[in-house]
Design a protein around this ligand. Structure first.
Ligand SMILES: NC(=O)c1ccc[n+]([C@@H]2O[C@H](COP(=O)([O-])OP(=O)(O)OC[C@H]3O[C@@H](n4cnc5c(N)ncnc54)[C@H](O)[C@@H]3O)[C@@H](O)[C@H]2O)c1
Length: 440
């Protein structure tokens, strides 16, 4: 029987290697379709949580984890049970912005040590073109003693999920799929079709699939950088960027991007994977790296705007109480990796301002560990001079002007400052209510 049929009939396991925001939801989704799934991760704490029905990613929810048949494990020997492996480990960058492939390399060693003849290994981690074949395939061969293309096959299928987004889900996003030959492409496509309702898009090579992922994120990065550049210029011109964008978007071919902080481990990171490989081939990126530079500077720009507003309203920055709402890298998602809100905090700290940070989604322990920031409870926010809305969590969007007002100092003729990075608040209402508002 063919591998696809064996998987579909529950005669062979698939494995998910790396069970974070990407890997865990895939594991749970396959299990829902009756596929037997081994979920492997090196993080014991994570496995313990999953086994106990705790979804720290908030992607599938505790109930789904409690009811899933996925076999969660830290023991790599369990990988031997599977004939189809999906690798979804992190792909961060080093301090010098070069790709850190160590998780992908280590995961390949683990899979390689436990690889059986006849297996397929599919990588989902975002990488630059060539990594899967030239680096991972070779490691799998070395560790297993098997031959790639003969004893086992490899493929690449980038993940495109958008954590926190309840509309664009794993099942509803078209999946790009590649395999090293026609047979593996067919098997990989059919296996993914078990869970991807939107269907798969087959491409001719692993390199095309790898490239498609890094450039779709680079495309977003550049477009946001353009909006951020406009925001900086309009700030000098005294024009409201959001209003300009709203007007511009009435044209049929407008792209609907907004200025903002570009954090996280995808859009702000993946372009560096692409430019790294381009550079090695002698091409120095001009557009992509310029966009990165602009986006990486936005935290400081926002912090400087806040300080300016404090001074213009007659406050002494160092004595002002500043509240920041949100520290995760995006709305309605608990992920704090590569948060650009921390750039704002650092810049404010340089000026002697130590803001109170509120984020009901972020894990207080992880936030303290990663950024040395103590999170405050929104219930304890009083006597503020300025409130900076940094992340568009639903909890912040639902605050009324009365709620917001209760956070400020009660003092006659005191100016209440709002910095609205995400354009969450209704501008004219806020102005009418007497706030001094600045937005990106
Ligand atoms: N999160 C997203 O929004 C998103 C979207 C699309 C693509 N991606 C890409 O998917 C990949 C995974 O991202 P993520 O957000 O799920 O990361 P994550 O950090 O949430 O999860 C990765 C998991 O891999 C585990 N891990 C690390 N090394 C391992 C190893 N050697 N063996 C087994 N497990 C190991 C970690 O413990 C962690 O639990 C990255 O390449 C990322 O760029 C992420």
């Amino acid at each position: 029987m063919k591998l696809y049929d064996l998987i579909k009939n529950g005669d062979e396991y698939i494995s998910l290697v790396g069970l974070g925001y990407v890997g865990m939801p895939i594991a749970v989704e396959f299990a829902k379709k009756g596929v037997k799934v081994i979920g492997f991760d090196i993080n014991e704490h994570r496995i313990h949580e999953y086994k106990n029905g705790i979804d720290s990613t908030k992607e599938v929810g505790d109930e789904a984890l409690k009811n899933t048949s996925v076999y969660f494990t830290n023991d790599e020997i369990d990988l031997k049970k599977a004939l189809f492996h999906i690798v979804a480990v992190p792909t961060p960058i080093n301090q010098d912005k070069t790709p850190d492939l160590s998780p992908v390399i280590n995961a390949s060693r683990t899979v390689g040590r436990n690889l059986r003849k006849g297996s397929i290994v599919v990588y989902e981690s975002t990488v630059y073109p060539g990594v899967t074949e030239d680096i991972c395939g070779k490691i799998l061969e070395e560790e297993s003693g098997l031959r790639c293309g003969i004893d086992f096959k490899i493929g690449y299928s980038p993940e495109r999920i958008n954590p926190g987004d309840k509309i664009h889900r794993l099942e509803t996003i078209t999946k790009i799929v590649s395999g090293m030959d026609a047979e593996s492409l067919e098997t990989i496509s059919k296996v993914y079709e078990l869970v991807i309702e939107a269907g798969v898009h087959r491409v001719s090579s692993l390199k095309v699939a790898e490239a498609a992922k890094v450039v779709e994120n680079s495309q977003r990065d550049i477009n946001i950088a353009f909006m951020n550049e406009l925001a900086m210029v309009f700030d000098k011109m005294g024009i409201d960027t959001n209003e300009v964008i709203e007007a511009m978007n009435t044209k049929w071919n407008a792209l609907n991007f907004k200025p903002g902080l570009v954090g996280g481990h995808c859009i702000g990171v993946d372009p560096y994977y692409f430019t790294y490989e381009a550079e090695k081939l002698g091409y120095h990126s001009q557009i992509i790296l310029s966009g990165r530079k602009i986006n990486d500077s936005m935290g400081e720009f926002v912090a400087d705007a806040l300080i300016k507003q404090l001074i213009l309203s007659g406050k002494t920055p160092i004595n002002s109480k500043v509240i920041i709402l949100g520290i995760t890298f995006k709305e309605n998602c608990p992920d704090i990796r590569n948060s650009k809100v921390t750039d704002i905090i650092k810049r404010l700290n340089d000026y002697g301002i130590f803001p109170n940070v509120v984020d009901p989604l972020a894990d207080p322990v992880l936030t303290k560990q990663a950024y040395n920031v103590e999170l405050s409870d929104i219930k304890n926010i009083h006597n503020a001079d300025a409130i900076l809305f940094a992340v568009g969590h639903d909890q912040f969007k639902s605050l009324s002007l009365n709620d917001i007002n209760s956070f400020y100092k009660v003092m006659p003729n005191d100016q209440k400052i709002i910095i609205d990075v995400k354009g969450l608040l209704p501008l004219s209402e806020v102005k009418e209510a007497g706030y001094r508002i600045w937005r990106l």
